[in-house]
Design a protein around this ligand. Structure first.
Ligand code: UDP
Ligand code: GLC
Length: 377
């Protein structure tokens, strides 16, 4: 079965990193079509996954766009659709990995007479999307043969927004387990390079964006002992420069300059995670899945996550990690304190997390599950 994947992004967000793992084992019978050029294309090429950038013009619609902006973008989508249709005829399935890819994929699926699969990486709720965008997504997704939801939370929001339950299957993200087994020596070197050898290192791994809640973690840091330091790994991928500025100002105002390091976007996530004592996920809106949470578990590191959306399917508080109320600085500070003061208990929880995560999220097993659903089409 030959698959044409479509993704709107040139940048490697979670949905794109997930697609790399899906496309890798079928690289001899797939093509990834992108609506923008960038680092994501380079990562696909590194894995020898065939990739083609289908347009040179960036498409303007954003998650919160209304109807007028949506219609205006149709002018940009039409040439793209014209490009995609003849390519799609050489494939058996069109697999849309993002919302704009769904729009293009749905029309191309109709014109090229090829079945459509939509991988839903988002929670289609008002806190994430405008009413117009939700309506468009649900209407088009309902025409697909199969919708893959990245969590039960994403599935529920889809159905609540009018999506057809009978076409949805839940498939979690899969991970290459061996990538997350980092020798202790390597993590010690990273701690030295960071200049934080004797510190309690808290890591936050995410693009810098208001709903990812880096500001909540900075506020919590001000409430815990000075030995705790924070590394913020990730960059503003979608133009959130104002938020980045706010974070730097917050750090200065709280006098935390020596305790917070902004590391920018990195490609060595397992190594950096392994150098941490605690990994925090602090999204203020429900996280659809939360790759970073699973990655932290696979590294055998304690993780604290915001109790909403997909994170609640990954973490059982006190058993394989910790959950705190989204946006609650006090609760987060309490968990940080607990991890500082009870390292043995925390290490046991982290070890349990490593075991359960490796049972649940092995990419080989997840890809088999996905293949079974695709085979039915
Ligand atoms: N990530 C990365 N480099 C960074 C920060 C994050 O490669 O500097 C990766 C991270 O390891 C994770 C993904 O980006 O696999 C983010 O996915 P997640 O599902 O956590 O959130 P999203 O950004 O997709 O909402
Ligand atoms: C999206 C979601 C994230 C999820 C990722 C992979 O980027 O925001 O929560 O982990 O897709 O499915």
């Amino acid at each position: 079965m030959k698959i044409l994947f479509l993704d709107q992004s040139g940048k490697p967000g979670g949905a794109e990193l997930c697609l790399i793992d899906i496309a890798k084992p079928i690289r001899d019978r797939c093509l990834v079509g992108l609506f923008a050029d960038g680092d994501f294309r380079r990562l696909l090429e590194q894995e020898q996954i065939p990739v083609q950038v289908l347009t040179q013009q960036a498409i303007q619609v954003r998650k919160e766009s209304g109807l007028t902006q949506g219609l205006a973008s149709l002018g940009q989508l039409l040439p793209l659709i014209r490009n995609v249709v003849p390519i799609a005829r050489n494939f058996d399935i069109i697999y849309a990995n993002t919302q704009k890819a769904l729009v293009v994929g749905a029309v191309a699926s109709f014109l090229a007479r090829r079945p459509l699969v939509y991988h839903l990486h988002d929670i289609l709720s008002p806190e994430h999307f405008s009413t117009t965008n939700r309506r468009i997504a649900v209407t088009l997704a309902n025409r697909a043969q199969l919708v893959i939801a990245n969590s039960s939370a994403s599935k529920q929001a889809f159905v609540a927004a009018g999506g057809r339950e009978d076409i949805v299957e839940i498939v979690y993200n899969g991970f290459e387990l061996n990538k997350y087994q980092i020798p202790q020596q390597e993590s010690l070197v990273i701690r030295q390079e960071l200049g934080l050898t004797d510190k309690f290192i808290i890591g936050h791994f995410s693009r810098l964006s208001p709903w990812k809640g880096q500001h909540i973690l900075i506020a919590a840091l001000a409430k815990v002992p000075e030995q705790a330091c924070l590394i913020l790994v990730g960059d503003a991928l979608f133009g959130e420069q104002k938020y980045v500025q706010q974070l730097h100002t917050q750090v200065q105002e709280l006098g935390l300059e020596t305790r917070v390091k902004f590391l920018g976007f990195r490609h060595n996530i397992p190594q950096l995670m392994s150098a941490c004592d605690l990994i925090a996920h602090t999204s203020t809106a429900a996280e659809p899945f939360g790759r970073v949470i699973v990655e932290a578990m696979l590294c055998g590191k304690p993780v604290v996550a915001a109790k909403a959306g997909g994170a609640m399917e990954l973490v059982e508080s006190g058993v394989n990690g910790f959950l705190t109320t989204p946006g609650n600085v006090e609760e987060l500070a309490e968990v940080i304190n607990l991890c500082i003061h009870q390292p043995e208990k925390t290490a046991m929880i982290a070890e349990h997390a490593r075991y359960t995560a490796s049972q649940r999220f092995d990419v080989a097993v997840i890809n088999q599950q996905l293949a079974r659903f695709l085979d039915k089409i």
